[in-house]
Write a protein that binds this ligand. Structure first.
Ligand SMILES: Cc1cc2nc3c(=O)[nH]c(=O)nc-3n(C[C@H](O)[C@H](O)[C@H](O)COP(=O)(O)OP(=O)(O)OC[C@H]3O[C@@H](n4cnc5c(N)ncnc54)[C@H](O)[C@@H]3O)c2cc1C
Length: 421
């Protein structure tokens, strides 16, 4: 480390990464009385947390690898328009990730993951409800439920099996057949078989959520610094001592790494293997439809997430496994709109207000890492939240805070430990 820097900035806890996970951790740690600094290489909230579908839906607490996916994954390798696409590549990182992914497709692993993810999501929903009622900075948050709709017998069977799976963890759903489903959601003008409605689920505006968390954390004394990119870390006998960034040196007693899809690369600077790859997805904000959806919907066969907004509509979907590749693929964007058109009247002339892509931080078993590390006793990892980062952020923040401050945790921390990899 050179000596040409300004005086180091000192704090109790330095959080690297100002996405929804880092900011929720900052909020909880500040609430618990810690002196917190968050640094982000861009503007906080503009990574994957910026344009996601906004769902806070414990019914959707599924890991990416599910039993029976193995055969499907081989088909997906060949179809660049499939909802989950894995570009065939001879990369050791991708191959070792895929081997772990396949090993996680067992019934018992899936059930354990669903249990862990549902508990974290349910706790998060409760915290969001509390924040919506009490936070000084208002954010758009509505509890209108989630409708999972299917066009085929197989799709409806899948929705029913998901309903049964999450019912084990106290998330209720109600099955509706064709006529009832159509009357319930008149925007479904095309052929459908039915759906499952989960009435407890909520949705929010993702950027407003990060802005609210940042505001609440700052109110409690946290500092949030933009455009400070971590270059490397300084270590000593007791772990990490400082982070050297493009905007100075930050010393802290404890460090939290919440760098989303950048975590694999970040881990390399610390000689840590963090098996996180990016699951690239797109979201398109369009004009509202003439018959606009009344509530968020998952279009099962197309894996498209539909979220009504104030005056517009958001269509989101696709997952392409990549290692920090942020290129746009227009055909995948168009596949989302075509998918929505199979369920609803989406005119050819529909205008796009914004097209966004983000890299979901994906671990091979679909469960985030929220844990101390063996190599550095004062480092906590909070990453790998795949498709569920918004909906499990506030619970993650509480777990990060409890682990950092050595307090008993509300949820069982074992499923999230780093040493499982
Ligand atoms: C299309 C799509 C739809 C989705 N829909 C939903 C949904 O409805 N509900 C849901 O729960 N989840 C959803 N997700 C997933 C969710 O968006 C992610 O899980 C979540 O945003 C991850 O948050 P994060 O804080 O870990 O990552 P990020 O938001 O990416 O934050 C990481 C931060 O780390 C910073 N950083 C990286 N490297 C450095 C460095 N060297 N120095 C300093 N800072 C650094 C980055 O700038 C970034 O701001 C969706 C994702 C996509 C792509």
């Amino acid at each position: 480390m050179t000596t040409n820097y300004l005086e180091p900035i000192k704090c109790d806890v330095l959080i690297v990464g100002g996405g929804v996970i880092g900011l929720a951790s900052a909020y909880e740690l500040s609430r618990a009385g810690a002196k917190v600094v968050v640094i982000d290489k861009f503007e906080p909230g503009y990574g994957c947390s910026y344009g996601n579908a906004g769902w806070i839906t414990p019914c959707f607490a599924m890991p990416l690898p599910m039993p029976g996916m193995l055969l499907k994954s081989f088909k997906w390798l060949l179809d660049p328009e499939s909802p989950l696409y894995i570009k065939p590549e001879l990369s050791p990182t991708l191959i070792s990730w895929l081997l772990r992914f396949m090993a996680s497709m067992t019934e018992s692993k899936m059930l354990a993951s669903v249990d862990a993810l549902t508990q974290l999501s349910k706790q998060s929903l409760d915290i969001y409800k509390h924040l919506h009622a009490t936070a000084e900075k208002k954010f758009s948050f509505e509890q209108k439920g989630l409708f999972m709709v299917a066009q085929t017998d197989d799709g409806l069977k899948y929705a029913k099996s998901e309903m049964e799976l999450v019912a084990r963890n106290g998330v209720p759903g109600r099955l509706m057949l064709e006529e009832e489903a159509r009357a319930f959601e008149p925007s479904l003008t095309k052929r459908i078989k039915g759906g499952v409605f989960f009435d407890q689920e909520a949705h929010a505006e993702p950027l407003q959520v990060t802005q609210m968390l940042a505001h609440e954390a700052i109110k409690l004394g946290a500092k949030i610094i933009s455009k400070a990119e971590v270059i490397d870390f300084q270590t000593g006998a007791n772990g990490i001592t400082a982070a050297r960034t493009t905007r100075g040196i930050f010393q802290a007693d404890q460090f939290v790494l919440a760098t989303g899809s950048w975590s694999h690369k970040m881990g390399q600077t610390l000689r840590l293997k963090i098996p996180v790859l990016g699951g690239k997805g797109y979201a398109i904000i369009t004009d509202p439809l003439a018959k606009n959806p009344q509530r968020p919907m998952m279009l099962v066969e197309k894996k498209v997430a539909v979220t009504p907004r104030n005056g517009t509509l958001r269509l989101a979907g696709t997952l392409e496994l990549v290692n920090q590749d942020e290129t746009f693929t227009t055909r995948r964007v168009e596949a989302i709109v075509r998918g929505a058109r199979e369920f609803m009247d989406v005119p050819d002339s529909i205008r796009y207000h914004e097209i966004w892509r983000g890299l979901r931080p994906c671990t091979p078993d679909g469960v985030p890492v929220i844990s101390r590390t063996a190599r550095y006793p004062n480092l906590i990892l909070a990453t790998g939240h795949q498709m569920l980062g918004l909906q499990s952020a506030t619970g993650t923040g509480k777990l990060v805070s409890d682990l950092t401050l050595g307090k008993p945790t509300d949820v069982d921390p074992k499923p999230f430990r780093a040493d499982r990899f």
